[in-house]
Design a protein around this ligand. Structure first.
Ligand code: GUN
Length: 291
């Protein structure tokens, strides 16, 4: 029977650790500002959930809501203001941004020391070089914690990453490649253009599915004893549900489960870890900036 890696439980542990650490600072609390541009309903839900988790952990949170048609220069001015505001330790611009705004320009405008999302090129570079003074994006940082806290070492293992996004695929491979206790893996990257994908996935001791295609990794594509981290959160139409859809991972849970040694469920696996790791990054920014 596969071990089900409980992301909800591990995320709660981390949120409690952050809350406890914050209590030690007495009346000085970390503060996070989230900028939300436009009316994307999913982004509004994410931002509300982030704010709620901040409040519970003792992180002061502010949300700045800007109109969909805001000019890019106004957004950049707002970021500059926050960069210079010593009472704010973390800045996060919720993605995606409207089409007329250049995402790279915006992410590069955030002071790297306040970039709790870890999307600034300085922080990306630090992930690649193994410089631990930077910020690791929340999802890959969460995956490392899920593996570690559920007792699965990556030392010497073959990790196959399916997906090459800047937010998940690329950084998780880099982190597991690091020469340290939480890394030391042999890493293979696969993606949507990989020929004979199953030839690679069948070699995985640890398979990380972050490709954004519902249930594409099936039981015949993995070996017995594999550890599965499913990053997918795909909405698929399901008329038997009240909402008319259900959340599906990138892994076909039913066919993979009997072969797996351990697996993350969707929902309740990687998802809950992201906010917990954002809180951890905000605490880190606070310590760095107030030391
Ligand atoms: N949109 C979806 N996920 C994320 C995230 O991790 N950070 C930001 N800024 N926007 C997102």
């Amino acid at each position: 029977m596969a071990q089900i890696i409980d992301g909800k439980k591990i995320a709660k542990e981390i949120r409690e650790e952050v809350a406890e650490a914050i209590l030690k600072f007495k009346d000085n609390n970390p503060a996070l500002t989230v900028i939300l541009v436009g009316d994307d309903p999913a982004s509004h839900v994410y931002v509300r959930n982030k704010a709620r988790a901040c409040e519970k952990a003792g992180v002061i949170s502010h949300t700045i809501q800007l109109d969909e048609d805001i000019e890019q220069c106004v957004l950049l001015e707002k970021i500059e203001e926050l960069n210079n505001d010593t009472s704010i330790h973390g800045i996060l611009v919720q993605l995606p941004l409207p089409d007329h705004i250049d995402e790279t320009t915006v992410l590069e405008a955030i002071l790297p020391e306040k970039d709790v999302d870890g999307f600034h090129p300085i922080n990306v570079g630090k992930v690649v070089t193994g410089d631990t003074s930077g910020f690791i994006p929340a999802t890959p940082a969460g995956i490392i914690q899920l593996l570690h806290r559920s007792g699965h070492s990556s030392q010497g293992k073959h990790v196959v990453v399916v997906g090459r996004s800047n937010i998940v695929g690329k950084p998780i491979g880099m982190l597991l490649l690091q020469k340290n206790q939480l890394g030391n893996a042999t890493v293979t990257y696969c993606h949507s253009r990989t020929h004979n994908l199953a030839d690679f996935t069948r070699q995985a001791d640890i398979l990380i599915a972050a490709i954004g295609r519902p249930e594409m990794i099936t039981g015949d594509m993995v070996k017995d004893g594999v550890i599965i981290i499913d990053v997918g959160t795909n909405r698929v139409i399901d008329e038997n549900t009240v909402k008319g859809y259900r959340l599906a991972g990138d892994v076909d849970y039913v066919s993979v489960f009997p072969k797996a040694k351990a697996i993350t469920p969707v929902p309740g696996g990687v998802g809950p870890m992201t906010i917990a790791m954002l809180l951890k990054n905000t605490l880190k920014a606070f310590k760095l900036l107030t030391a």
